[in-house]
Design a binder for this molecule. Sequence first.
Ligand code: ADP
Ligand code: MG
Length: 292
Amino acid sequence: ATPTSIMVGTGRAAELGVLFRQGEALQSLKEVGVVALDKTGTLTQGRPDLTDFVTAPGVSEAEALRLVAAVEGRSEHPIAQAIVTAAEKRGLSLPSTDSFEAVPGFGVSAIVEGRKVDVGADRFMTKLGLPIAEFADTAVRLGAEGKSPLYAAIDGRLAAIIAVADPIKPSTPEAIAALHALGLKVAMITGDNRRTAEAIARRIGIDEVAAEVLPEGKVNVVKRLRASHGKIAFVGDGINDAPALAEADIGIAIGTGTDIAIESADVVLMSGDVRGVVNAIALSKATIRNID
Ligand code: ADP
Ligand code: MG
């Protein structure tokens, strides 16, 4: 492509809300064989709601929610916001916390009113040596409903299974169908539970799912997908996504995402709309066709 055609292409892209930080990305996008997308905040809104709170026998729901929300009040994770909002809606006032600790990809812990409170994924409980078998059936049901199950322990005893659900962006299914129409494979990469991820993937037409991926593992998934499908574009919004955005042949950041994701990307979608990925690839194909 000539410099002029690239200028025209990137100008047209800007009108569509697709910002090319890297002129070369306009040329290489047409060669992509697979598009991988982060789930939370990219395919979904990234603003989950608390949907279920099931306590173990003898545990008070209001008391458990109060302690759990106190810990989550210290966390930046979207899941934390969902839990704090649910507690506030119930009129619970949240005590202060000590020794707060976040374990990325696992969960959070703190001391609340002298009690140790841990909240996180099943693998967090396993890491802490807490069996979660008593909630196995509930976890299967919640996952099948596309909800993300979490566990809470108080003083080293399993106290509750909690679920949050993050709505799919209305534009997501259409964007995925359009990527398929362009002949591309579509993959999803997430730190979330496998059953939840698979239920959501089925609803929106994703071909391949990498679930329960730890923050540092996204880069390896990008490499693996490249090995099987060729040139890869990765789309993400979070701090966790920055290394994968840099590793992908083309990194595409959601404009409403974190600064570090945007700085690591070649292309930025000014809106949160994943259809921007389709526009960017279509433009890449059109720009090159006009030249050759
Ligand atoms: P994702 O953004 O895809 O959910 P993360 O790596 O941020 O990936 O988190 C992976 C998992 O770790 C979450 O799905 C959740 O189960 C658990 N987790 C992380 N942070 C928290 C938190 N503040 N509270 C409860 N669980 C958490
Ligand atoms: Mg995300």
